[in-house]
Design a protein around this ligand. Structure first.
Ligand code: DQA
Length: 138
């Protein structure tokens, strides 16, 4: 099974950025531990702060891979282009968030990508990514 994890803007700063919300761990550190737990899954990881690069990556893998785990960061709440992209793919996309966006500012409570995604996992810290991976095992 091939799973692509994609992180959007500012998620390259995990561990440094607002640690009271997003935790103290870098994504690279977490990713190493995650992949070790699933030796039979082939993982790829991509991060970009640029909306079009996220779209390019999803179009690249979205017809061959078995799953995409997407934390689109703030583009979650703004990007019609990401929603259109997700709708165009064959590969199912799970929307993930580290924080529980439903309990935060009003603008974070709307997701423009959710209607195109297979499901949403939010609020479990970095474990949200593992829960998304688990869902592809079913
Ligand atoms: C986030 C939540 C978004 O609202 C925010 O813009 C992020 C991170 C999360 O993982 O909790 O960058 O996607």
């Amino acid at each position: 099974m091939r799973i692509q994890i994609i992180n959007g803007p500012n998620l390259n700063l995990l561990g440094v950025r607002e640690p009271e919300i997003y935790g103290q761990q870098s994504f690279e550190d977490y990713f190493g531990k995650l992949t070790a737990q699933y030796p039979d899954i082939q993982f790829s990881y991509f991060q970009s702060n640029i909306e079009g690069e996220l779209i390019n990556k999803m179009q690249e893998v979205g017809f061959d891979f078995d799953g995409i785990v997407l934390n689109a960061g703030a583009y979650t709440h703004t990007s019609v282009a990401l929603q259109d992209c997700i709708r165009s793919l064959k590969t199912p996309v799970i929307e993930v968030h580290i924080s529980n966006v439903a309990t935060r500012e009003g603008f974070r409570q709307q997701s423009l990508i959710a209607p195109a995604c297979k499901g949403i996992i939010a609020g479990f810290g970095l474990d949200s990514y593992r829960l998304a991976v688990e869902s592809f095992q079913k």
